[in-house]
Every structure is written in C-alpha cells, then in structure tokens.
Write a new protein. Sequence first.
Lengths: 345, 301, 241
Amino acid sequence: MGGDGTMASQPAPRNQTPAIVGAIALGILLLLPLAVKDEYYLHVCIGMMYFAYMASAWNIVCGYTGQLSLGHSALCGIGGYISTLLFINAGVSPWIGMLIGGVGATGVGVLVGWPCFRLRGPYFALTTIAFAEILRIWTENTEEFLGIQLRGAQGISVPLRGERPWLFQFDGKAPYYYIILGMLLAVMAVTWWMERSRLGFYLKAIRGDQDAAEALGINSTRYLLSAMALSSFLTALGGSFYAQFFRYINPERNMGLDLSIELALMGIVGGQGTVLGPVLGAFLLTPAGEITRATLGGKFPGLHLVIYGLVLVLAMLFLPRGLIQPIRRLLGRRAAPAEGEADLA
Amino acid sequence: MSPFEILLENFLQALTAGVLVGTIYGVMCVGLGLIFGVMRVINFAHGSFLMIGLFIPYWLWLLFRIDPYLSMLVTAPALFGLGYLIQATLIAPLYRRERAMVLEPLSVLMLTAGVGLIIDNLTFMAFGPDFRGITLDFASKALWIGDILNINYTRLIAFLSSIAITVALSLFLGRTDLGRAIRSTAQNRDAASLCGINVMRIYNVTFGLGCAVLGVVGCLMIPFYLVSPSIGLAFGVRSFITVVLGGIGSIPGCILGGLILGVVESVAAQFVTATSASIFSFVIFILVLFFRPTGLMGMKV
Amino acid sequence: MPLLEVKDIGKSFGGLQAVRRLSFAVESGEILGIIGPNGAGKTTAFNMIAGYFPPDTGAIRFKGEDITGLKPWDISQRKVARTFQLSKPFGDLTVLENAMVGGFHHQGSRRAARRKAEEVLGFVGMGAQAAVEAHTLTATDRKRLELARCLATDPELLLLDEVVAGATPAEAVAMMEIIRKIRDRGVTIIMVEHVMRVVMGLSHRVLVLHHGETIAVGEPQAVSKDPLVLKAYLGERYGKA
C-alpha cells in the first residue's frame, strides 16, 4: 500500500510515474483479501481504510477552505445513528438508511456551518467543538426521544442477522473490505474532481484571501457551504459503515472530540488540501497505532496516542503541509497543494 | 418547610456553589486568556497542564504528606518551567516561521493539541485511569451562613485565593515593568520590539506565567477535586469557552465568564443531570460568539 | 445621471462615528480622488460603497440602482471592483490563475476567463510573469496583480484604496500611467490616496474628508488652496512617496 516508495531510478516523464505507482498500489489493495486470510489483519486493514476515508471526507472541507473543523465526529455519529435506528425500528436497509443519514448530516452541517463560517481561525474550530459536544452530551444523556430508544451512553448495537448483503451484513470480513475500499476510492475521486472544478478554484481563492475573493464576485458563503455539504454527507456515510461493520455505536466513540481530533490529525499530518494526504496520514498512523496497541498496549495503555501526539508535534514543526510534501517533490510536482498540471484551459 | 422555601434554599445553594466554582474556572482561564491575548495562541494543552497542576500536589501529599497549599511553592515554579520550555522549544519556531511565509495560523493550535495528547497519555500510562483525590483533615468542615447556606472550607479557601490571585495578577500586569512589557507586546508586537522589548522572551515568560497560574489553581483544587488523566480535554474546552465568553485580553472578563458558566451549570444541575448541564455552557458560548464576538468585556478580536 | 450617488451615509463603530452624513456623486468617466488626514473616514466610506460592511444610515445608488448593503459579490456582479490596502494575492495560485479568479465569474467559461486574464495581465505589464507563483511577487507587482484581478471583472467603476502606498517615485509614476490607461478604457475611478502628487495629478475632482465629513470638494487646484483643507492638514507633509 502507498507504493510511493517504489520509484523509477531515473526521472520518468512527470505524467507517468505517479500513474504507474498508483496502478500498482490499487492492484495491491484490490488483491489484498486474497492474500491475507487472517481475519485480524483484514480487520486492521479495514480500520485503516475507514480512517483514510473519514480523514479524506474531513479534508474536503478543512483542507480546501482553510477552516479547521473539530466537530466532524458529530456528523459521523448522525450518520451512524440514523441508519442504525432506521434499521432497528423500521427495518429500513442500512444501504438506504445510509443515504438518509447522509442527507440528515448534510442538513446539520450546512445549518451549523452557515453562521460558523463567519468566524475565523480558532473561533471556528472552537464553535465546531461546541456544537459537536452539545450533540454528544445530549445523546449520552437521552435514553429515549420521541419514542425512539437512543439508550444514552450505552450506545446501540446492530442486531446480527447473518449473511444478508441487502441488509448490509456479511459473514466474513472481505465484503466489508471491498465496500470501504470502494468508498475510499470514491471519496478520493470526489476530492480529485473537486480540486479541478470551479468549486475547487474558488475555494483556493477564498482560502487565500476571503475578502479579496468576495470582492471579485465569489459568493463565499455558497461555496464554503457546498464544501461543507459534501464533506458532511460523506462523513455520515462513513459513520453508517462503522455501525454496520463494528455493529455498535455510542456517543463517546462516534460523536466524541477524540475522534474529531484523530481525523484532523491524520488529515493534517498526511497533508491537507491534497487528494493523497489524508490517505497517507491514515495509512501511516492507523497501523502504527494498532501495532503499538497490540504489542505494548498491555503494559503501556495509551502509548499509541502518545505517538500520535508526537507525530503531530513533529509534523507541525517540520512538515506543516504534511508528509505528502516531500513525496510530491520527489515525484517532481509543485510544492503547493494546487496541482500545476491541472490544466485550467 | 414549604416547597417554595426548599426551592429557594436549593437555588441559593446552587448559586453559591456556582459562584465558588465559577471563580475558580475564571482564574484557570486567566492563564489561557493571557496566552491568547499576548500571543494569539490557543493553547489546546491548557487542560493537560491543569491536570499536572493537580497531580503534583496529589503526589506530594500522598508521598510526603506535604500540605497542598504549601506545595504551591513547588507546583507553580514547576509549571512555569514546563510552560516556558514548551513555548521556547516547540511553539517559538512556529512563530518565527509564520512571520516569513503565508501559513495556516492553526498549526499552533494543532501543535498544542499534540502536546496535550502526549501529556495526557503519558500520565495515563504512568498513573492509570483512576480518579484520585486527597482528604485533608478539615475537608469535611463547612462554614454555615444563616441556616441555609453551607460552604465547604476547602472551596472557600480556593474561592478567596482565586480572587487574591486575580488581583495580584492585575497589579502585576498594571504596575510592574515586566507586566507592562507583556501588555504592550500584546497590543502591538512590532512596536514593542522596536522599544527594545525581547518579544520572544516575553512570549516564553507569558506562557510560563499562564501555566504557573494553573499550578496554583491545581493546589487549591486538589483538596476537593478528583484528578485523573482524562480530565485534560474537558477542562481545556471549558477554559476556551470561558475565555471567549469573558472576552480576550480582559482578566475581569475571564472571572466574569467563569462566574456565568459556574452559576449557569450549577443552577441547571438542579433540573437536569450534571453532565447535561454543560450543554448550557456550550449554548451560551455559541450565542456569545455569534452576537458578541469580542466577549462580554473583551477588546477587539 | 451620475454613475454613483452616495447620499448621507454614516457609520459608527462602538462609540466612534467614523463617517457622518457623507454625500457625493461621481460622473461616468471621471477620476475622483478622496483625500483627508488619517482617521478621516476615507477607508470606511470606501468599504461601505464596496459592500464590505453596510452603512448605518443613508443610501448608495449605482447606475440608478440601490446597492446599499449588498454583499461584496453582488456588488462585483454589478461591475464595481475594488482593491485592498493590504493586497494579498492568492498565494497558492500563479499570477495567471489569480487574474482568472475575477474572470471566471464574469466570463462563464474557463477558456474565456483565461483569455481575459492574459489580456489584463498584458495591460498592466505582467504578461511575462503569468506562470510565477503569486506569493513570490514583490510589493509593487502585487499591486499591479491586484489591479489586473479587478480589471478581469470588466468593471465600470473601480475603487482604488491607496494603490501607490509604499511605492518609489518611479513606481508611482508607472502606476499613474496605468490608472490613466484604465480610465481611457472607459472605467470610472474613485481613488483614496495619501500621496498628494498622485491624487492631484490624476483626479478630475477631489473630495476632502475630515472627521467623517466632507470639508471641500472641487478641482484639485481649488481644493489645495482651500483654507479649511490646509487647516486640516496642518503639519502633514505633501507628496511624500
């Protein structure tokens, strides 16, 4: 995975090396479940891709608008809860529930984003924390709402139904692997498309200087909220996947500040504002965390978080634009997040 | 007693508790407000520093039976040193860099978040998740006002000391040379630098000072507050809310913010669960940010 | 009918009245200079016209249409462009991409935006730097890029905010040339300026603000001799670039 290390020994024409590397990486990812039969390792890989997906969804708004959201876990939780509650109480297939959850989260995201985008910098971040915490605390303390069992801090379990593909449940891990892989590729494609679209162009301008962009005719509210809507929808889908794969969601894990920070961490360490950055961040940090937990976790609980913190501090000091930067330079691309070869004509 | 009298008594008790704890919140935030006012840094590790400020007197008491009010003499300098060190080694480079290029100002926020993660989890690794506290001899004794108000002595000491700290800090900032240097750096760092003020040193000192306050507050709180490695983030978030509520750059504002939060949560806890009560704090925070972004008493953002 | 009509606009911040009952009109094709000592309210007035914030009182009409309180992007849509005192180019983008930002919205297609961007860059003399990354530009080049960005939106009214601030005399002369050329394209210009030589040299009429109010308006020669104006400026040095 992340075969960026495999390079041609002489400088290849710019447009070929990344494509070759990408194809190899994709091939590895697609064939992985055939080679790895151990359920534990497959589980870890699924976790990796889940975080890569979530960090990428987060990146759609935070990498391209310059605002830092530390409340994205709320959107994840909304997605997970809506799809699960619809499944348990109304028998709605989680495939559909996922989409409904996505729409719900989009509504919340846009509604909250609309006043929030007026705030700049750390104030925006703090407000996103506030909104997410309100949701989490409310959910934690609510046993029942409008007749629906929310079970508060206990969380909700997804009932086991066995091999039921149309109810988003499978016996083995491999189907889940391919689903999350598909979702990851999809979110990367969406990000790639967005970067090159008019929306992406305007977002770059807004991020550069919002006042100047507005004075040139860009309705910043509309475009910032568009990014927010996209990100919210995709994040919620991830939350539904989580619910279906782990078959359990609760406010602390799925709506908590810890998750939000983790997503931001991976996105930033990997490289905000790029397609590969968050994926890189997740692919590096998740296995590192998992290995640490597995080997030393018994004696040193929480060590993996110390490592995350250390990586974050080091990244901010030495590679503030993310690990993706040196890799981009290696591949001969421009250092700035914007893709020079995105031919704007 | 009639139901009304019971309600009133509960309300007064809640109000008192709110004022007591709110003042402590306020003092806790003075450090954060100072750091943000001078350096525009949101210190995400603020809560983690407080947690250390609680653990040091805890261990000094547990191991050597040192009175927490006495361990201030150790805790405050220790935290000053820690804060100074972190600012000088980790944050200062970012500062120097940001002047040169166009960079995300949020990198400092994430850096301190990383520091917080490290501190929280190293402590977790060392001490485990349990909540710990100490019991002083007079901890259960209380001051009675009339027949209805009951104020625990340890909280009373913390309350009065908080006021003393606030006054002392205000005097320090207002009357001493160093204090004035800090204030002028906060207002205009370029001008201060032109006047011969070593801005980086001021930053280091300010950060250290902000953390030292936490050391004192920790010693005041440990007689009645349980500490665990998990409280860092919650306290940090709570502190940000208070600072924004009260207004950046205003010490009385921090106290006011803390009081409002303390009272609102305390009174709300009469009607909903204690954890739910914190929702009100967040709601107030959001409303203040939208309608009065400079805070209740703050200077321009 | 005047191109721009400002009637009785006022704005206060907290307790401070930055602008009070300001009225003036701008005819199509003219260059109006707005001068005044520091704190006179020039930039505040400017920002109100540009939609950066709404006036507390009064109204602003552009080509007969009431544009008071409109958002900056709506005002841009109506062919009013403005520069900023602290010009920050969009750092991640190249010079050409910077110029395209304005063009995009008003031209419709990428191709048209690109062509427009190339044209305006040539106009301000930055055609050779099209592929340069904007954050590497010198201060003067940034100002020129800012002008180009505005011109890409095909404005009828251009608001210039201290566009020669910090320029050397040679640079100021070059900038004046560009402004004249812009005016020759049929763009009406309002310029807020401190540098007397530039303002007096370019403007058809000059408006003098002091404490948020007009104290004089008229041709540059007349205004520069106005006793009220001289009093307001007592102690200020003229024409320092």
